[in-house]
Design a protein. Structure first.
Length: 182
């Protein structure tokens, strides 16, 4: 009897482990190429690119600017995404990685034309003393999030990896984690 119970427990445990590892939207980190478009949810696409011309020209930095743009396209539908953003690399869900060191964003610009007059494309300098801010963005059609990273000069020449954890809330709830070689 105990032997049967033990076998059932092991089989059930294996079944549960398999179910969790195969669930859609699981939190496994997916590699993504710069410029590659992926689906965050049905009808919601996402692309990451590093750009050379910075829209953050007025921002003073100690190191070298690395600017990454997150392009989002909801097509003809409305979409909502969510992520944690902070200048503290321990709290931010978007950061550059250089080996074991994490570099958090220094500034951000949100550009979503569907916001109409609220789309001011304002440069927001992130304060490392503030806790991570949960960002929820509702938009239609296309939009972008530009992130400025202040990379120390000695690390500017080394290959950078961008880590992103982003949740598509609408049209469906899906959590995604990506690593992008820049």
């Amino acid at each position: 009897m105990i032997r049967r119970l033990l076998i059932l427990t092991v089989v059930a445990g294996l079944g549960i482990q398999t179910a969790f590892s195969q669930s859609p939207g699981s939190d496994s980190v997916k590699p993504l190429k710069s410029g590659e478009t992926v689906q965050l949810a049905d009808g919601l696409s996402f692309k990451v690119t590093r750009i050379a011309k910075s829209p953050f020209t007025e921002v003073k930095l100690r190191g070298q600017a690395v600017v990454v743009v997150l392009d989002l396209d909801a097509g003809r539908k409305s979409a909502t995404i969510s992520y944690q953003l902070s200048a503290n690399p321990k709290l931010s869900e978007i950061y550059l990685a250089d080996g074991a060191q994490k570099i958090a964003p220094f500034a951000v610009i949100e550009d979503f034309p569907s916001w109409g007059s609220d789309n001011d494309k304002e440069v927001e300098i992130l304060d490392p003393a503030e806790k991570a801010g949960g960002v929820n963005l509702n938009f239609e059609k296309k939009g972008s999030i530009s992130l400025l990273f202040d990379v120390p000069l000695e690390q500017a020449k080394t290959p950078q990896k961008l880590s992103i954890k982003i949740r598509a809330v609408k049209p469906s709830d899906e959590l995604h984690s990506f690593v992008v070689n820049l």
